[in-house]
Design a protein around this ligand. Sequence first.
Ligand code: NAP
Length: 515
Amino acid sequence: MTELLSNYLAGRAQHGTGPGAPLFDPVLGHELVRVDASGLNLAEGFAFAREKAGPALRAMSYGQRASLLDAIAKVLQARRDDYYEISTANSGTVRNDTAVDVDGGIYTLTTFAKLGQALGERHRLVDGEMARLGKDPAFQSQHVLVPTRGVALFINAFNFPGWGLWEKAAPALLAGVPVVVKPATATAWLTQRMVHDVVQAGVLPQGALSVICGSSAGLLDQLQPFDVVSFTGSADTASIIRSHPAISRRSVRVNIEADSINSALLLRSDPAAPEALDLLAKEVAREMTQKSGQKCTAIRRVFVPEELFEEAAEAISARLAKTVVGNPRNDAVRMGSLVSKEQFVSVREGLAELKAHTQVLHDGAAHPIVDANPQIACCIGPTLLGARDPDRNSQLHDMEVFGPVATLMPYRDTEHALALLRRGQGSLVASLYGSGADMLAATALELADSHGRVHVISPDVAESQTGHGNVMPQSLHGGPGRAGGGEELGGLRALNFYHRRAAVQAATTVLCALN
Ligand code: NAP
């Protein structure tokens, strides 16, 4: 039997009492470790975080808590090689893809550490200016933001076991709120190891960071009115969480990051069209293959002017053809595997369904699987589909295949293109390609109500742009409608979720003393 990983709860390592669920190497197929959360005293764990770690964190200033984030980043940096090994083994990722998860998490921590240092020795934040309430100018209202006196529960998806923890924990801890994370079971090892290392290093108050690996049973029942829950995963699980009594009756604040049919749009009538088309092809191929397309932000739909359909198909396919797929331990391999057999089956089924409505422009099945047994490895080549009549096929705008798959579609005019993008019913991100600041800005604004982020790639920023799918801590991550309606990151805006806003109505002298 493989090692049973410990949970960290109530400030100590605790093993589940059951045999545990196995985690596998998705390339080689063998069992790696086991996780189990059965028999844990969840009530004790949540109470410990709320009553012991919460006050300890809130006693510190923002600047002091920013130093905690720096200390966490140093612990992780020192053990980076271990995380790369775990990622390769448990997520099947090549080094560059591991970097997005591991180094992306460390970068997010250090970014929030810098933002927090700038808040200095403050213990609370004021929101806006004082506002007069009546005739007496001495009686006014001032809004304040104070850390919530609860626990932040994170329920995370399988695709970012590293970054997915730290992009949420950095603002929570900076705000002074203890964290309990429940990673997705299939890839829980990396999250567990990172928490283990940080707890063992003793850089945080006891109980400020807990991890529960395995079943989610009973977790939501622990939530009390001042707790918050941040969920990342499928729309189906999101709706179960939304209807839980903790959320529906106790008004526990919830943030949902769900699935999203993100788009790339090549604008027309552009003197720089050839360059823009090349930029689009490069970005689409990268988005399809990075982390084997298992990114919530990955491009799933590609829209080009109808007269450029063939050219775009060729340009993207030519780039995809160069992708070497297989065992991430082989240096020639550029794209590793999906995270599990379940995901492999799900991607194959989803692809088959999309294929029924499209033509195959580049066939992933033509890619040999390098240095791995195709009967065992969850590797799948990138597939570009094409749909000449995007108005008719609702599946193209509804179905998320969480793998290296995208569909190319033609549009007639800008109005048509925008209508097609909006059929995603709210997405995390859209990217625009073209030149001409006015046209790009106008199109970005048109998409701003239905997208959390609009990423504009013009030739002048071809080298410096940060990537369609890369979630930068300075920018908002989330999206309306189908994308879950959540908001994460966005610099210090991220702190709002972990604070309570209140209006204090008092004499101006009292309000001045709030600072
Ligand atoms: P999932 O099945 O919904 O699982 C997500 C998390 O919820 C896992 O930790 C899972 O635990 C847990 N969970 C499952 N059932 C639950 C329940 N009844 N109560 C509480 N928690 C429960 O999603 P997934 O398959 O892991 O993730 C893939 C999806 O996530 C994709 O659709 C992708 O688009 C989306 N995603 C979105 C974002 C974003 O930022 N918007 C980022 C990444 C992924 P177990 O693993 O133990 O079942």
